[in-house]
Design a protein around this ligand. Structure first.
Ligand SMILES: NC(=O)N[C@@H](CC(=O)O)C(=O)O
Ligand SMILES: [Zn+2]
Ligand SMILES: [Zn+2]
Length: 426
């Protein structure tokens, strides 16, 4: 048992208050006023001057294990998460083998137990090997402990396949999580159809390639009743469809990444693959629509889509390099610096979209600082400004467009089930 003392935290009324947080057997056992004198025997971890948040939750992470250990492992990916203040992450099944059998789910659980330092929730694939041909064993995967079904990395091209998947997921009371991309509209493009593509004479991925799937899947969700969650939303058209679907009571939720809220294709400095991800950076208009959507709750949660690749792979150039950027270690500082310290958002809104909202959407028993809740906690220094230096990342991935950005809001300590799994000093 110990006390995280003098924590600046939000109470249930949304006010920033100073409290002592008592942690016992992995649980927040008491939250007391700082006026109350501390007992002498008990260990004190002083959080004075720091903001204390529920540990962040990232529902979209690529841990790359099994099969792509040169990009990331459960050991390095969970350390990267802890360094970013994340205490729970959900991992995508586009590994080798794909997470499409109970055995591979068990492998993730075992590895997390032996080498991981934060909570890892695996998704199972919708189709075998993510090939879009045959559904996986949803019952078996659920039994093994997946939290939902997704073929992230590729879109499910067949509407019938998606409808069957949704019907089966619904029968099991499980969500379907979709990477929305129509392959007949994107073939071979690396960037969005827009200013950057025109300047460099590149083919472009049009907004419709995402929004067509969003529209289709909303209709299929309405028909089947399933909880449908849209991955990494990037276009104003998708947002329009999601907003309308929510208004008429269809069970749709959605996520957005920091890079789609902060960067547009006009910011891409040149043919540098650290600016290449899927979906691609869109127009400033799309960025504005994404910002508005997460402000008004049309988009429910913030995720990183942490997608590490090796330097060698990223050096192949804009057209040949794989899609994806890392995100776990910069997400909160980026969002805090760009949206909260500028006065555009309240700190409460940002924290909610990274904690209570993902917990609500995916029914997780975490994401809140309350007596009786698991002690999953992030301690944050909101004052110190530091530059992003990929060489210091715990992730194996260095692929970020945010190198040298000056940011505030760096995590200094991360606690999972009461255990201090990472702190700046160690
Ligand atoms: N987002 C990406 O650019 N890449 C992801 C795949 C995905 O999330 O669709 C990856 O696995 O590398
Ligand atoms: Zn995806
Ligand atoms: Zn992804």
């Amino acid at each position: 048992m110990y006390i995280l003392a003098n924590a600046q935290m939000f109470n249930n009324q949304g006010e920033l208050v100073n409290r002592h947080i008592w942690i016992e057997d992995g649980i927040i056992s008491r939250i007391t006023d700082v006026e109350v004198e501390l007992p002498e025997q008990v260990e004190i971890v002083d959080a004075a001057g720091k903001f204390v948040s529920p540990g962040f939750i990232d529902m979209h992470v690529h841990l790359r294990e099994p099969g792509f250990e040169h990009k990331e492992t459960i050991a390095t990916g969970t350390r990267s998460a802890a360094k970013g203040g994340f205490t729970t992450i959900a991992c995508m099944p586009n590994t080798k083998p794909v997470i499409d059998t109970p055995e591979t789910v068990q492998f993730i659980h075992d590895k997390t137990k032996s080498e991981g330092i934060v909570k890892v929730l695996p998704y199972g694939a919708i189709t075998k090997n993510e090939l879009g041909r045959e559904l996986t064993d949803f019952e078996g995967l659920k039994e093994a402990g997946v939290i939902g079904f997704t073929d992230d990395g590729v879109g499910v091209q067949s509407a019938q396949m998606m409808k069957d998947a949704m019907a089966r997921a619904h029968a099991l009371d499980m969500p379907v999580i979709a990477h929305c991309e129509d392959d007949t509209l994107v073939k071979g493009a690396a960037v969005t159809d827009g200013a950057f593509a025109r300047k460099y004479g590149l083919k472009g991925i049009p907004n419709e390639s995402e929004a067509i799937h969003v529209g289709r899947d909303i209709l299929l969700s309405e028909a089947t009743g399933v909880h449908y969650h849209v991955c990494h939303v990037s276009t104003e058209q998708s947002i329009r469809l999601i907003r309308q679907a929510k208004q008429i009571g269809i069970r749709v939720t959605a996520e957005v990444c920091p890079h789609h809220l902060i960067l547009s294709d006009e910011d891409i400095p040149g043919l540098d693959a650290n600016w290449k991800m899927n979906p691609p950076l869109r127009s400033p208009r799309d960025v504005e629509a994404c910002i508005e959507a997460i402000e008004d709750g049309t988009i429910d949660i913030l995720v990183t889509d942490h997608a590490p690749h090796s330097a060698e792979e990223k050096a192949r150039g804009m057209e040949l390099a794989p899609f994806g950027i890392v995100g776990l270690e910069t997400a909160f500082p980026l969002m805090y610096t760009k949206f909260v310290s500028t006065g555009k958002w309240s700190l409460e809104l940002l924290v909610k979209r990274m904690t209570a909202d993902p917990a609500r959407v995916f029914r997780l028993n975490t994401g809140r600082l309350e007596e009786g809740a698991p002690a999953d906690i992030a301690v944050i220094d909101l004052e110190t400004e530091r530059e992003v230096n990929p060489e210091t990342f715990a992730s194996k991935g260095r692929n970020t467009p945010f190198t040298d950005w000056k940011l505030k809001g760096w995590p200094v300590m991360t606690i999972v089930d009461g255990r201090i799994v990472w702190s700046e000093q160690v």
